[in-house]
Design a protein around this ligand. Structure first.
Ligand code: DLL
Length: 443
């Protein structure tokens, strides 16, 4: 275990470039590295986590049965429920006193999941977030304003350590106190901002409220993620802020931010840092492997994590694996439409909030602030899209845009929804991850 641990944090750089050596590997080199690390990770989990030992034994597989990357498919998957069942520290693969940090996510049901890091894991994580910020266009010496929440959420501290690792000046703003954040951005003149896309909109609006032109701000690059967003939202943010907005993807159980990052030169979806995380896509119902390019549930196996290895962790995120472009050896995730938990099944039709976002942002009269309210009429489920008309749009034009949105939803998703167009500034603003769905059916 120690041999692999040492190589994990070794940081080689390509001469004359800020690219990490791994970023320019060939596919063959990457596959060989993945196999070596995968075999280590399976053994590490089996030998040190009773949960994995039991699961592997029940499935009749041993770490040494993994001779090819495809052999991983024979190993059992791990679910969020498994992590909850082992709350708080049952999934740790190192003694508690070797843990340098814990984070936790509260999840939708309120039951927390704990994740943990050794000091080496923190170095790996920092390297990967540094690599991500760099891929997005951040450079050493840049000032990075971090609006992801600090605390048990992995966003704030994950981004912070990565930005420091890259050699940036970090402004640890965290979430909230939006008026003060705008003041700080205006005064300090940061180059890069890290925030959820929905909070980025909140900040843009606050700029305008303070009489400042967001396009005049110093911000050059946004590293935006932690929630689903669309190409239309990217266009909105880039236009209103005059900066490049890049998608960043990650989840606590796998490491936090720094799992996959979109590159500035191609802007075509996040590249997965496959030298540390082996991705698979499976059919949600049958669990069978799905070929690259086909949609399904993303599954990750950590290849280098010490404290909290995850083997075939089911993310519940729906996506597809696409070939690498800007970093040719690393596959990309197609835009994550959302978690299967966020999928609304309305009279038999599946629908994600991001599909509504895409349609409503096509209207010049509707603002990108919306919520989906689920209610019941008799036995029938209803869905109301609450959306604001833009400041400057008349009530009448807003109502017309609402009618058009309803028709567009019917035409492209195939389901009838209600649309309620409100006055501007009525819908709650995001301070982090935006809650899009309000369920009134049980109240
Ligand atoms: O949100 C980690 C993170 C922090 C990622 C900051 C990026 C930036 P969790 O709180 O565990 O971790 O939530 C993870 O958020 O499974 C997805 O459903 C969703 N998610 C994260 N990034 C994206 C993205 C952090 N770029 C869950 N697009 C994941 C769509 C995303 N969904």
């Amino acid at each position: 275990m120690t041999g692999e641990m040492r190589t994990v944090s070794a940081r080689r750089q390509v001469r004359g470039s800020l690219l990490h050596a791994a970023e320019s590997m060939s596919v063959d080199e990457l596959r060989a590295l993945q196999l070596r690390r995968l075999r280590w990770s399976l053994r590490h989990a089996y030998e040190n986590v009773p949960f994995y030992r039991k699961r592997f034994d029940e499935a009749g597989v041993r770490p040494e049965d993994c001779r090819e990357l495809t052999d991983l498919a024979a190993f059992p998957v791990t679910t969020k429920q498994d992590l909850r069942d082992n709350y708080p520290f049952g999934m740790l693969a190192v003694p508690r006193d070797k843990i340098a940090r814990v984070h936790a996510s509260s999840g939708t049901t309120g039951e927390p999941t704990v994740v943990a890091y050794t000091a080496d894991d923190i170095v790996t994580w920092s390297d990967l977030v540094a690599r991500s910020i760099h891929a997005a266009g951040g450079r050493p010496g840049d000032m990075v304003h971090i609006s992801y929440g600090y605390g048990l959420f992995t966003g704030g501290l994950g981004a912070h350590y990565g930005a420091e690792r890259l050699g940036c000046t970090v402004v640890p703003a965290s979430g909230g106190m939006t008026a003060r954040q705008v003041r700080i951005i205006n005064d300090f003149r940061p180059d890069v901002i890290m925030a959820t896309p929905s909070y980025m909109l909140t900040l843009i609006e606050e700029f305008e409220r303070q009489g400042l032109d967001p396009r005049e701000s110093s911000l050059r690059v946004g590293v935006l993620g932690a929630e689903p967003w669309t190409e239309e939202m990217r266009a909105e943010i880039e236009e209103r802020l005059d900066m490049d907005a890049l998608d960043t993807y990650g989840l606590s159980e796998v490491i936090g931010p720094g799992v996959a990052q979109e590159c500035l030169e191609t802007k075509d979806g996040p590249h997965i840092w496959e030298d540390h995380f082996l991705p698979e896509v499976i059919d949600q119902d049958t669990g069978a492997s799905v070929a690259d390019g086909r949609s399904g549930e993303l599954v990750f196996t950590s290849l280098t994590k010490q404290a909290f290895p995850v083997i075939r962790y089911r993310t519940r995120d729906l996506s597809a694996l696409m070939p690498g472009t800007a970093r040719p050896a690393f596959r990309r995730v197609s835009r994550v439409a959302g978690r299967s938990d966020d999928m609304i099944v309305l009279r038999g039709v599946n629908l994600f909030p991001s599909q509504i976002e895409e349609l409503l942002l096509r209207s010049a009269d509707l603002a990108p602030h919306f919520q989906l309210v689920r209610s019941k009429r008799g036995h029938l489920d209803d869905l109301t899209v609450r959306v604001e008309r833009r400041a400057g749009t008349s009530e009448q034009r807003g109502a017309k845009a609402g009618d058009e949105l309803r028709a567009a939803v019917k035409a492209s998703i195939g389901v009838t929804v209600k649309v309620q167009v409100t006055d501007p500034y009525v819908i709650d603003r995001s301070e982090g991850k935006m809650r899009r769905i309000i369920d009134e059916r049980r109240s």
